[in-house]
Write a protein that binds this ligand. Structure first.
Ligand SMILES: [Zn+2]
Ligand SMILES: [Zn+2]
Length: 180
């Protein structure tokens, strides 16, 4: 569940060209992408600028968080500092705004209570920054495919035997016998 993060649009922002900044910190952000689960260490910090572009409110800013997930190689926890760009566009009901160039999913209507929930915008900003192949460290050695040993913690016997031998792609050929 995504906790809502509301900002209330004050009266003065309904003047064309008016602008105002908001910032805050949110707790309890979680995210699922396919089978992978990502959690954000609290707090997710955010700051936005809301600008009246004439008939609509443009919301731009950034969100930052520390993201925790499982390393794709060794399954230990991997942490990332993420920072994403927030962008939203809210039409003011009853006013004419230029939306000819926008797709339907690129803007929303400003709710009647003049509160904007930033949570979906912050989530969208962070999703784009989440690593598709998270690694605990760039040179994570992963797990031994034979015995499952975490190779960051120590080398197992199956790997030592293999890596001691010189790597020669034609080595298997010497054991082959060719029949006419
Ligand atoms: Zn790892
Ligand atoms: Zn092994």
């Amino acid at each position: 569940m995504l906790p809502s993060i509301f900002i209330h649009i004050p009266k003065d922002l309904f003047e064309p060209a008016a602008t105002r900044s908001f910032e805050g910190a949110a707790h309890g952000f979680e995210l699922r992408l396919g089978a992978d689960e990502y959690t954000f260490e609290p707090p997710v910090t955010w700051s936005v600028e809301v600008t009246n572009t004439g008939g609509a409110l443009l919301v731009t800013g950034s969100a930052a968080a520390c993201c925790c997930c499982a390393c794709a190689r060794c399954l230990e926890s991997a942490e990332y500092e993420l920072e994403g760009q927030i962008e939203g566009y809210f039409l003011i009901p009853g006013e004419e705004a230029e939306v000819d160039d926008l797709e339907a999913d690129e803007f929303d209507a400003l709710p009647a209570d003049h509160r904007i929930d930033l949570a979906p915008l912050i989530q969208a900003a962070l999703v784009l920054e989440v690593p598709r192949v998270p690694l605990c460290t760039d040179d994570c050695a992963g797990l031994c495919p034979v015995c499952g040993q975490n190779l960051n913690e120590g080398v197992c016997t199956c790997v030592q035997e293999e890596s001691d031998a010189p790597v020669n792609p034609f080595a298997v050929l010497k054991d082959l016998t060719f029949d006419d």
